[in-house]
Structures are given as structure tokens and as C-alpha cells.
Design a protein around this ligand. Structure first.
Ligand code: KIV
Ligand code: ZN
Length: 514
């Protein structure tokens, strides 16, 4: 069966959207999971945009791109030759590196943004591809704003870059303007008109401004596109990119219609989605297709009746297909390390050594507090541990005094680099008091911009997951924390945001943008 290349841009287009920025460690964590998900290409960053993005792309190439069966590791670059050099410096460590170079081809962009003529842009595109090909065989070219570009001119550029050595031509609907039938026709016409097109893979990259990104991407397949650029949870510039999980599950569920397949291990989808939410602090909406909380929940009596009699009545996919458990009771307080390790492995977390020790301790603490430990609790706990353990400050101890007619106060102990720090604070409520105590210890003052709490499972003893957005002197950072104690979860969430600021010394300043 025909194979579609899944090109994941969560760490590049996704990450560049406000509120989704990730540091090197977070990108690495995500990239490892994307490799387990078995995507074909990971676009790890835009190396020229900042030193931090360069470092993150390089580390993904070094640490993920060298694994057995690793995906292609790609870096984005404008057509400037210096940009391409920098991109290569970052991706060259991967077993299979790719340089993705782009320039706008629409008259709107040429006139107002680039202030260049069509001839100049064509020449720069060819030089860029030639320069990139001198470094590696795998070069991708994108004519930015393709959906609004003059068709004949864009085809001239595409013919010229294929001649110069581009092996993938990616057609972006940069502003999410296209409509499925029109987009499919455009891709078909490109395949007819562009010289040498048979030597290149035709790819699409669709934005979701009109809610058409997935539909446009899928429509392009009928016209022969064989690479789809997409992002987990549909994150990306503005309204986002085409959602990876929707594309992959549409292709799997409607194989009868599309007649193509992907290499994605769909059982990893839910975990990948959760990890991304955890790292960025941004939850997906409950009714989000495939990975939303309600995606498999049947509420209406008539639906429940049907599903109980035969799942096929209302379910076109199984929760297990995306690696989602049905809240099975798994472990109790007498379960040992081996049982935890085996269950975590089944859930996709292959932990060993110190990571497993930390997870086991967190599990024991949880099992002491909570009678029944569900898979969902474990996922919340482990993803929380994974990100907390990377931080500079670790919560050691917390004591809160709160109630009616008392001024809430808190004492907090934090650990950092083997040292322990303690301080106290008062506030409007217990969470405010805890955050004041943390600020007193760290000397970094954060202003809480957003605070949300949700239960990982049902029941009064459920693990609470807190997401925060904190403004640290003009830089807004997200954080997440989990615990059966919502005050502790709040402290952990705040600390995870604070740790991101502390780690990102010499914070990112984006110098350029696509
Ligand atoms: O949306 C866009 O045009 C892009 C390109 C860099 C491919 O992200
Ligand atoms: Zn884009």
C-alpha cells in the first residue's frame, strides 16, 4: 500500500506559537516521544532564529537522530546562505539530516515583506537549494504563501529548485486560505506543470485559520501529495497546523477510502498528546477529535444503550487504538517496583535507574493517599515527575494554614543543587500564600496570569492536575503539576514554570520568523 510520510513540525511551527515555547530539555523529551510514535520526519527547530533554538535542534539531532531507526531530523532555514550554514551545523549530527529552506513566492509577500522582484526570489531559491545540497542529499523547499502565489511563477520556482536538487517540494497554505477542492486541484496542477516533479516528493503544509487544515491536507493526497506536515494537538502559528492525530487516525480509520498508510504507532498518540500538554501547560479542548477528554465519552442515554449492546453502534475507533486506557484499576499500595515498571512499560514509559526510583517513590506516596490507582493517575504522575525532575528547584516540604477567619499562610522548603531553602508567605488564599513563600525563597517574582485545575480521573481522591501561566517580568511561561493535594499540585505547577525561567538564562529572543 502507498505510504504517506508524516512530517512532524510540533517542535518548529508548533513551538513558535505564543504559549508553546519549549526549552532544549523539553524539546528533547518531546522528540524522544515523537521517535517512539514513529513519525518519519521531526522538524526540530529554526536554528538561525536564536541560540537556544540552534542548541535544541542540534541536541535533537545528536541525541534522537542517532538512535536506531531514528526519524529524519530536519531544520528550517530561510534562503540566505548563512541561514543554511547555521541549519546544517545543527542537523549534521543526525544519521539522516534534512535542510528545509523556504522563501515567500506570493506577490503580497514579495512586495510588502521581502521587497524583492520575482526574478530575485527565483535566483535566491536556486542558490539556496544548491548550497544546501552541497551539505546533504535531503533538501526540502517551500514556496511560502503558496495558496496565494501566482500559479505559473510558483511552478517556475518549483521546477528550478527541483533542477537544483530539492528532493521534497512542500506546498504551504501559510495563511490557511485554501478550501479542500480548490487545494486538491492546485496540487494536481502542480504535479502536471512542474518540470521534473516525478523526482521529488510533493508535500503539503496547511494552516487552520478557516478550520480546513486537516481537510486540505487529506484532500491533497488524492492529487498525489505523499508527505503531510502536521503538529501534535494541531498546535502552530495562529490557529495552528493540521493536527497529526486527526490525519493519522483518519487515514487509519478510513483506509478503505484513502488507500494509503502511515508508519505511525497510533497506540502512542494519546501519550504524546498528554506529554505535549504537560510540557507546554496547554490542555486540548475536551471535544478535540481523537485526543480530547470526551472523544470516547458517550453521554446521551440512547448512545450509552447502543454502546453497551455493541460498541460499533457509536464508536468508529477504539480508545486502545490511540493508547488510551479505560481507567483500569492497575496497582495498589502493596505493588512493588517490578509491577510498577511493567505497568509503566505497557503505558509506554520505559523507565530505569533514577527515573524509575523517582516514579516509584511518587507512586508509593500516591498509593498511600489514594485507594485506587488508575492508569490515568500514573500517566499524570509520571509526566509530572519527568518534567519536575529536570527543574532547578524541587519541592521538599509544604505546610499550609488556611480556613475561615484566618489569614492563609504557608511554609515551603525547596531543594536546589543539594541545598535546602525555607521561607514562608501569606496571601489571599492558600495557593497565593504558597506562591508568596516560593517567591521569597527564589527571589524571582511571578504574576499568575492563568490558573486551571482538572481531575485526572473521577472520584474525590483523584489526582488533580494544575496548569498555570505565570508572567515573570514580561515573559509568560506555562507550567503544570499533579498531586492528590491540589495545593501541592499548584506549588509544583508554579515551580515547573519558574524552573523554565531559571533554566532559560539568556532567554530566547526570536530574531527572525517565517
Ligand atoms: O506556514 C508556512 O508557510 C511555513 C513554512 C516555513 C513551511 O511554516
Ligand atoms: Zn507554517
Amino acid at each position: 500500500m502507498d505510504r504517506v510520510i508524516i512530517f512532524d513540525t510540533t517542535l518548529r511551527d508548533g513551538e513558535q506559537a505564543p504559549g508553546f515555547s519549549m526549552n532544549t530539555m523539553e524539546k528533547l523529551e518531546m522528540a524522544r516521544q515523537l521517535a517512539r510514535l514513529n513519525v518519519d520526519v521531526i522538524e526540530a527547530g529554526f536554528p538561525i532564529s536564536s541560540d537556544e533554538d540552534f542548541e535544541a535542534t542540534r541536541e535533537v539531532a545528536r541525541q534522537v537522530g542517532t538512535l536506531d531507526g531514528a526519524p529524519i531530523i530536519c531544520g528550517l532555514s530561510r534562503v540566505g546562505l548563512g541561514d543554511i550554514d547555521r541549519c546544517w551545523e545543527a542537523v549534521k549530527y543526525a544519521r539522516r539530516p534534512r535542510i528545509h529552506t523556504f522563501v515567500a513566492t506570493s506577490d503580497i509577500h514579495l512586495k510588502y515583506k521581502l521587497r524583492k522582484s520575482r526574478a530575485e526570489v527565483l535566483k535566491a531559491s536556486v542558490e539556496a537549494v544548491r548550497h544546501a545540497r552541497a551539505y546533504c542529499d535531503d533538501v526540502e523547499f517551500s514556496p511560502e504563501d503558496a495558496s496565494r502565489s501566482d500559479f505559473d511563477y510558483m511552478c517556475d520556482v518549483l521546477s528550478a529548485v527541483i533542477d537544483a536538487g530539492a528532493r521534497t517540494i512542500n506546498i504551504p497554505d501559510t495563511v490557511g486560505y485554501a478550501i479542500p477542492r480548490e487545494w486538491a486541484e492546485r496540487i494536481a496542477r502542480i504535479r502536471e506543470k512542474v518540470d521534473g516533479v516525478e523526482k521529488a516528493v510533493v508535500s503539503v503544509h496547511c494552516h487552520n485559520d478557516l478550520g480546513q487544515a486537516v481537510a486540505n491536507s487529506l484532500a491533497a493526497l488524492a492529487s498525489g501529495a505523499r508527505q503531510i506536515e502536521c503538529a501534535m494537538n494541531g498546535i502552530g502559528e495562529r490557529a495552528g497546523n493540521a493536527s497529526l492525530e486527526e490525519i493519522v487516525m483518519a487515514l487509519r480509520t478510513r483506509k478503505d477510502f484513502f488507500g494509503v498508510e502511515t508508519g505511525v504507532k497510533t497506540e502512542e498518540l494519546f501519550k504524546t498528546s498528554r506529554l505535549l500538554s504537560h510540557i507546554t501547560g496547554v490542555h486540548v479542548q475536551p471535544n478535540k477529535a481523537v485526543v480530547g477528554e470526551n472523544a470516547f465519552a458517550h453521554e446521551a442515554g440512547i448512545h450509552q444503550d447502543g454502546v453497551l449492546k455493541e460498541k460499533l453502534t457509536y464508536e468508529i475507533m477504539k480508545p486502545e487504538d490511540i493508547g488510551r486506557s479505560s481507567n483500569k484499576l492497575v496497582l495498589g499500595k502493596h505493588s512493588g517496583r517490578a509491577a510498577l515498571s511493567a505497568r509503566l512499560k505497557e503505558l509506554g514509559f520505559d523507565l530505569a535507574g533514577g527515573d524509575l526510583d523517582r516514579a516509584f517513590k511518587a507512586f508509593k506516596d500516591l498509593a498511600d493517599r489514594k485507594k485506587e490507582v488508575y492508569d490515568e493517575d500514573l500517566v499524570a504522575l509520571v509526566t509530572d515527575e519527568m518534567t519536575q525532575s529536570e527543574g532547578a528547584y524541587v519541592l521538599d516540604y509544604l505546610h499550609v494554614l488556611s480556613g475561615t477567619n484566618v489569614i492563609p499562610s504557608a511554609t515551603v522548603k525547596l531543594r536546589k543543587d543539594g541545598q535546602t531553602f525555607q521561607d514562608s508567605g501569606i496571601g489571599d488564599g492558600p495557593v497565593d500564600a504558597v506562591l508568596a513563600a516560593i517567591d521569597a525563597i527564589t527571589g524571582v517574582k511571578g504574576r499568575l496570569q492563568d490558573y486551571a485545575i482538572r481531575a485526572a480521573t473521577s472520584g474525590k481522591d483523584a489526582v488533580g492536575e494544575v496548569s498555570v501561566k505565570v508572567d515573570f517580568d514580561g515573559t509568560v511561561v506555562s507550567g503544570k503539576g499533579a498531586s492528590t493535594d491540589v495545593i501541592e499540585a499548584s506549588a509544583r505547577a508554579y515551580l515547573s514554570a519558574l524552573n523554565r525561567i531559571v533554566r532559560a538564562s539568556g532567554q530566547r529572543t526570536r530574531e527572525v520568523g517565517p
